[in-house]
Design a protein around this ligand. Structure first.
Ligand code: TYD
Length: 213
């Protein structure tokens, strides 16, 4: 059996992850791999219920962080860990780096508490390694450009309604995460055409020895 591959996609709202998630899934499927495409917060029926609360209701920052990680725990236990054990490819639209970026950066919530939650929640059991992505693609786009893209989209949710300053802090936190994890997190310059962005994604995937034509 081939080993499972866990890829996560990150970036501020409006950075354009969605198109590339679909293309990446298609790429792995054409190579005969089983692909699970999922998202956070969400990815299981219970985690999707938590998502609808998180995206609509204002709340205390610790409550928000706890709910993000509770939804993540459900996602890991029910979806991510079982699929990886079966040797499948899991592509998640957001994962723990989002909590460091949005709660840690955007909300300026205590990062050491997030470190603790990360260690608890990503622990998949004594005999199994922690559920850490093999690769994270960080779609980096200036906050003003993302805001302009979003202004023409549907009604904004709780996070999308945040200020450009909030998203500036989210981006700075993503950059710090990338500096701390340079081999796991690849920065994709998202301020380019869809095709140019896709070429960067493809190159990054191929550098790992996956998805060669
Ligand atoms: P997303 O699915 O990208 O939103 P949409 O469906 O509108 O494109 O993400 C939902 C929001 O949740 C996004 O604004 C970021 C936020 N979020 C956090 O604040 N912390 C987290 O840990 C995660 C996973 C998401």
């Amino acid at each position: 059996m081939q080993p499972g591959i866990f890829i996560t996609m990150e970036g501020i709202d409006g950075a354009g992850k969605s198109t590339h998630i679909e293309r990446l899934a298609t790429l792995f499927r054409t190579q005969g791999r089983t692909v699970v495409v999922s998202r956070e917060p969400g990815g299981t029926p219970l985690a999707e219920k938590i998502r609808s609360v998180l995206l609509a209701e204002r709340m205390d920052s610790l409550s928000e962080a706890l709910l993000m990680f509770a939804s993540r725990r459900e996602h890991i236990v029910d979806v991510i860990a079982p699929a990886l054990r079966r040797g499948e490819v899991v592509i998640s639209d957001r994962y723990t780096d989002s909590s460091f970026a949005y709660q840690g950066g955007g909300r300026q919530f205590d990062t050491s508490k997030l470190d603790t939650l990360e260690a608890w929640v990503q622990d998949a059991g004594a005999d199994v390694q922690a559920v850490v992505p093999d690769l994270t693609l960080w779609f980096d786009l200036p906050a003003e450009v993302a805001a302009a893209r979003l202004s023409t989209a549907r009604a904004p949710d709780k996070f999308e309604s945040e200020s450009v300053a909030f998203f500036g802090r989210v981006i700075a936190a993503y950059a710090r995460r990338q500096q701390q994890n340079p081999s796991r997190i690849a920065r994709i310059d998202a301020h380019q055409s869809v095709e140019d962005v896709w070429q960067q994604v493809l190159r990054t995937i191929q550098q790992r020895g996956w998805g060669a034509p």
